[in-house]
Ligand binder design. Structure first.
Ligand code: ASP
Length: 446
């Protein structure tokens, strides 16, 4: 991850891989159309999809042990439960603030642009855009559960009934809770926890090294992932829904390049450009994989090694953020729901828009950090304002590409939190930068 090594820095390698993947995918798509299901092109696409899957699996393989070990070490370093409570409180408050700001930007942009008005419905119908409710949405029983209950559930369910089960299921929030609990207890028992801490400390170091190894294949894997996606992309749907996609992307851009950087500068007293450079590999990986969870190991490594945020803050703030802080998803949901209403010719009152503001913020907290999760929890927002779930079918065709953009913003939001909270805890080493990263032999724990 170092730029001191010879050759191109990792983020440039990944960027080149993305551009090459897009170009390759589009050339095939233009010449042969999307969804080729046989012949050599199909074989290549399948091969590429496997390549991308291997990379994502390798990253996911590290998440559970990495999150557990790094949070335990972070808490063991923090020491007192009071200090920990303060850190947790600040983090959650910052997450709620940025999510609310994101939804607000989404609402403003969509109300100014009105992407759903004057759209050619026959063009959409000609594309056979489905109006079937995706199974995951109807399975959620969104009709019966209010957004508030869903959010309370999210927090109560953080407490694992059986930590081994949480590990097996890969439930990040439960693993965070257990690791925090164990870290606090380790401080209370003092010397008698030393051998356990030593074991977890080595696990943490090994996982961090593991992330570095896996990153070596990132550019190749990301090329394959992106090429496979673009080989299949429905460009006709993209142009029919172009105004809607443009509105989502505009909102995300305003949030990412104006709102969050202001917070980084004012609250974090940190250069947003330096931060963006430091976490560029994570942002690009998020764009390619559409999964904040899969990206998490890279985000954690970037923050510590290239942005200089001490692990005692970033190792706690980032896993929590990956699961509960989704600025991009919240913004996207507010735009999408209003777009659907406009498309269906339904006028929303100011009161309904206020409900969208609240439910979109909450639904984003409940969304899993995996591809397509935002689309599923959008059912909550639609139900809350009495819109038909079928509306989701209208935007399904271009969801993957928008997912890529919103996931990058989700991860960007988490990294800004790490800097803002890190500064308030005096836990940033300003001498570390992408040009002067923490050297691998310095990487120990915390
Ligand atoms: N894919 C997003 C993420 O992992 C969640 C979403 O679907 O909006 O952050």
């Amino acid at each position: 991850m170092s730029s001191t090594k010879k050759g191109l820095d990792l983020q440039w390698q990944i960027l080149i891989a993305i551009i090459a993947g897009i170009t390759f995918g589009i050339v095939i798509n233009m010449n042969l159309g999307a969804n080729v299901t046989e012949g050599p092109i199909y074989a290549i696409k399948t091969f590429f999809a496997y390549g991308g899957d291997i990379f994502i699996r390798l990253l996911k393989m590290l998440i559970v042990p990495l999150v557990f070990a790094s949070i335990y070490m972070a808490i063991a370093k923090i020491g007192s439960p009071q200090e920990l409570g303060k850190l947790g409180g600040k983090t959650v408050a910052y997450y709620f603030l940025t999510t609310a700001l994101a939804v607000l930007i989404g609402l403003i942009v969509v109300n100014l642009i009105n992407p759903g008005q004057g759209i050619d419905r026959t063009a959409l119908e000609a594309l056979n855009i489905t109006t079937e409710v995706p199974e995951a949405v109807s399975n959620q029983g969104v009709g019966e559960r209010s957004a508030v209950l869903i959010i309370i559930d999210t927090f109560v369910n953080m407490i694992p009934k059986n930590p081994i089960e949480s590990f097996a299921k890969g439930d990040i929030l439960q693993i965070i809770f257990f690791a925090v609990f164990l870290g606090v207890v380790s401080n209370l028992v003092g010397r008698r926890s030393e051998s356990m801490t030593a074991v977890i400390e080595s696990l943490d170091s090994m996982m961090q090294k593991g992330v570095m190894l896996i990153m070596k294949i990132a550019p190749y894997a990301i090329f394959m992932l992106v090429a496979a996606i673009f080989m299949d992309l429905g460009f006709a749907a993209l142009s029919a829904l172009g105004k809607y996609a443009g509105t989502v992307i505009l909102g995300l851009t305003i949030h990412a390049v104006i709102i969050l950087p202001i917070l980084v500068m004012v609250l974090g007293r940190y250069s947003p450009i330096k931060l963006a450079k430091a976490v560029a590999p994570a942002l690009l990986t998020a764009w390619s994989t559409a999964s904040s969870a899969a990206t998490l190991p890279i985000t954690m490594a970037n923050l510590k090694n290239r942005a200089g945020v001490d692990g005692k803050v970033s190792n706690f703030v980032l896993p929590l953020g990956a699961t509960i802080n989704m600025d991009g998803t919240a913004l996207y949901e507010s735009v999408a729901v209003i777009f659907i209403a406009q498309l269906l010719g339904i006028d929303l009152t100011l009161g309904q828009q206020a409900i969208i503001f609240i439910t979109a913020s909450l639904a984003a907290v409940g969304a899993a950090a995996i591809p397509g999760a935002g689309l599923v929890t959008m059912g909550i927002v639609l139900t809350a304002v009495g819109l038909p779930l079928e509306g989701i079918g209208l935007i399904l065709a271009i969801d993957r590409i928008l997912d890529q953009f919103r996931t990058s913003i989700n991860v960007w939001g988490d990294t800004t939190a790490a800097v803002v909270i890190g500064r308030s805890e005096n836990a940033i080493d300003d001498s570390i930068s992408p040009e002067n990263p923490l050297q691998t032999n310095q990487i120990t724990n915390g």
